[in-house]
Write a protein that binds this ligand. Structure first.
Ligand code: SOE
Length: 405
């Protein structure tokens, strides 16, 4: 097998994979958890070493590095990607810096993991795909972080669909609902600014459900018809850097929200199946509610992230009198990822998706195999997001209904 640039730098026989990460807020914490835990739970061909964490504020990044288990810290991502002890760069920053960091890291001879959505535009995503394919010939790998593929129930659903258990696909029905913007006084964080985030609920939540729908079905979205809305167009500025979703508002000054609050769209898939998608941050009471149902000629599958150790399966070939949705507890050692975890019934959670993501990427690096989802998969999702925005902007495709009251 050809020696990769990363392997060439590693002392002979050392099983180390040096990771450098940019960004340490919510996603950075989740990815750190993944890198820290993967090698302790799974038997990996390379041991992830948390080499250095990067952020602009020296004191804050050092404190975060200590808290999350990173050996070093940097305040400039260019210094991070130049480090000899970093083989792989993990990008957990807002979307406006994904393309620049990813392309530079690949050119510097590093493998790359980039948080979703891959970029803020199709053009940026295309540049990232081009950089990834040039780097591939030098033995370097690039992956986009759609972590929900790594839910055992989702990976298992994919196996069932691919194995023909639901037959020919007719419908995919997906929602991703959160409520952290319901309060009109919630602060204007970077996630509400188009120049930082690219889009709103569409890119943040819609990207996940488009990827999951395509992954589970094994198909691509080939066309969309969409509506988007910004319900609250102005918000108070944040009091300080907002790490998680909310943060505190500063009194007085306000600014414009420049992204969508919600996106609803229908789609046609490559087989002709019909799909519907809803992504919103205004579904009061829904915290992180992702549901997906697939209906086929032989059966149906249904998943709910709030019950993530379960998968519902209806086998339509069974006699009607006894058929019906049954709950599969996805905690058996035969289910994806679960042979390394707890005994049956002792379920997993959100954070484990990041452990599985790290595990899969480490295997890919060790084996020199392209890790999925690739940057090309991320670009395909980006194209769907762009089509949704284009459709929503074209009021002409929206047929108004006369209101008679
Ligand atoms: C915020 O809406 C968010 O943190 C997303 O950015 C993540 O991708 C998702 O996993 C949880 O919600």
């Amino acid at each position: 097998m050809r020696e990769t640039e990363a392997e060439a730098r590693r002392p002979a026989g050392s099983p180390r994979l040096g990771v450098g990460m940019v960004g340490y807020a919510f996603m950075g914490a989740a990815h750190s958890q993944g890198w820290r835990t993967a090698g302790r739970v799974f038997d990996l061909p390379l041991q992830p070493a948390l080499a250095a964490l990067c952020g602009r504020d020296a004191t804050a990044v050092r404190a975060a590095a200590d808290r999350m288990g990173w050996a070093g810290s940097e305040t400039d991502w260019r210094a991070l990607i130049a480090r000899d002890d970093v083989d792989l760069v993990d990008i957990c920053t807002p979307g406006d810096s994904h393309a620049e960091i990813a392309v530079a890291a690949l050119e510097a001879g590093k493998h790359v993991l980039c948080e979703k959505p891959l970029a803020n535009s199709v053009e940026e995503a295309e540049a990232m795909v081009a950089a990834a394919s040039a780097a591939r010939s030098r033995g370097l790998l690039a992956m986009v972080g759609f972590n929900y593929r790594r839910l055992p129930a989702a990976a298992f659903a994919r196996q069932l669909v691919a194995g023909g258990r639901i037959g020919d696909l007719r419908h995919v029905r997906v929602t991703y609902l959160q409520d952290w913007l319901t309060d009109p006084e919630a602060p204007l964080t970077w996630r509400l600014q188009r120049d930082r985030a690219g889009s709103g609920a569409l890119g943040d939540l819609g990207a996940h459900i488009v990827d999951l729908a395509q992954y589970l079905s094994g198909e691509s979205v080939v066309g969309v018809s969409a509506l988007t809305e910004t319900f609250v167009t102005e918000r108070p500025l944040p009091a300080g850097p907002a790490g998680g979703l909310g943060g505190t508002a500063a009194p007085g000054e306000r600014g414009p929200v420049t992204v969508d609050d919600a996106a609803v769209f229908t789609a046609r898939l490559s087989s002709g199946a019909l799909a519907s998608f809803e992504a919103t941050r205004f579904a009061a009471g829904r915290k992180n509610a992702l549901t997906i149902e697939l209906n086929g000629s032989r059966g149906s599958l249904s998943f709910d992230l709030e019950r993530l150790n379960e998968l519902s399966f209806h086998d339509h070939t069974e006699p009607a009198a006894t058929a019906g949705f049954r709950r599969i507890l996805v905690t058996e050692p035969d289910h994806p990822y679960l042979d390394a975890w707890w005994p049956p019934g002792h379920g997993l959670g959100y954070e484990h998706t990041f452990v599985h993501q790290a595990r899969d990427l480490v295997h890919a690096v060790a084996e020199g195999a392209a890790p999925v989802p690739t940057f090309a998969d991320g670009l395909q999702v980006q194209r769907v997001l762009a089509a949704v925005e284009e459709s929503a902007a074209k009021n002409s495709v929206f047929t108004p209904v006369q209101v008679s009251v």
